[in-house]
Design a protein around this ligand. Sequence first.
Ligand code: CMC
Length: 438
Amino acid sequence: MAAKKEPTQAVAKLCVNDQTLDLPVVQASEGSSGIDISKVLKQTGNVTLDPGFSTTASCKSAITYIDGEAGILRYRGYPIEQLAKQSSFLEVAYLLIYGELPDAKQLSTWVTRIKTHRLLHEDFKAFFTAFPANGHPMSILQAGIAGLATYYEDTIDPLDPEKRDLQTILLMAKVPTMISYIAKRAAGLPLLYPAAERSYTEDFLRLTFGLPYQSYDIDPAIIHALDTLFILHADHEQNCSTSTVRVVGSAHANTYASVSAGIGALSGPLHGGANEAVLRMLGQIKNSDMTVKDFVQKVKNKEDGVRLMGFGHRVYKNYDPRAAIVKSLTHDVLERMGQSDELLDLAMELEDIALSDDYFVERKLYPNVDFYTGIIYSAMGFPTKMFTPLFALGRLPGWIAQFREMISDPMTRIARPRQVYVGETKRDYVPLRRRQSK
Ligand code: CMC
């Protein structure tokens, strides 16, 4: 019998001056494999330099796969289009966190556990009044999520699998309540208690918009649309906020602290804050005497660093599959709400002009997930400042799944990048009296 041939381990060669190194290649199941450079410093004395990590994989991950050229996004192997059409946010959350779609019993236990923990501690309500009512919701949310650790101190050990599970449930359960309370406080309206008979997304809407003296009925199509938006945002592999969550967690900080740090990263206008920035940009065009063409010209001239918000992506260079789904949802929601939206017309005009313009075509800039979401959120009644917290709620299971994968991975070490130092070489301290004035 012929001996079974072992697959040959791929290697890459790196020449540094007169030294040649064989670097092992970690095979991907799909997409780019990784050249393992972890020994380069030890063996050559050099570090690798990759600003913005555009060529650097920080980990191995089995959660989300993106092919940016082909416009593919899959969670645990399942195409985003199928999940958006057939699944629910909580089911997708389970899939991301535990790796497989749940069976009926697993799903029911998961949903029930989350529902059971949706109340916030009564004392916690005072927290929302400690900030200015018009303070940005992302800042309040970031502080609130970090603060959960103080109420659930006995759950915070990230190395204990049972406690990790409890952190998972508590975050999934309490963050929507927290976001609703932030919205209510900003509007000066009374807070409601969660209702167990409502679905996760339905009750989030009720807590945000419902009033104690009115029954709250909402079109199931709107609940479904918001649930779908949460699915579309649920994970996106090693983006800025997720990498932040992993970096903070790599120091064995608890999940609340790590997710809270992720919220900070997400708030930036180049990341999750773009959904808010898009609406402001559209409003600015609408309220000025600028035409859409004038605005596009301003972007192309890079005037005052103006960018077309909601366009472009580090990974997608063809189209963002989430944007295509959001665009069709936008039409459905506006129709459902009986609204014609001037901003939608403006957005579509902007998209048409940009997609046929060489500046955007050459740089492969297409609408991303944030381009149309704001229009939907706005039609649903969310104030502009609440858009990024909605992104955060959608992204929550992804952050949790990535945290759990990171903490259980034997390859994980505390994240501690190197640098190429380009500052002054050694010099001696000069006492103040002897320094030349500049
Ligand atoms: N409008 C105008 N020009 C742009 C834009 C834009 N939105 N995005 C990139 N460019 C240009 C950029 O000026 C540069 O041009 P040049 O080669 O002449 O210097 C070129 O395209 C490459 O840009 P980059 O900044 O090197 O690309 P990046 O991969 O570092 O940035 C991005 C990706 C998403 C930060 C960027 O496209 C951007 O700022 N977009 C607008 C903000 C936005 O919509 N963010 C949401 C991203 S999707 C949701 C999420 O995951 O958070």
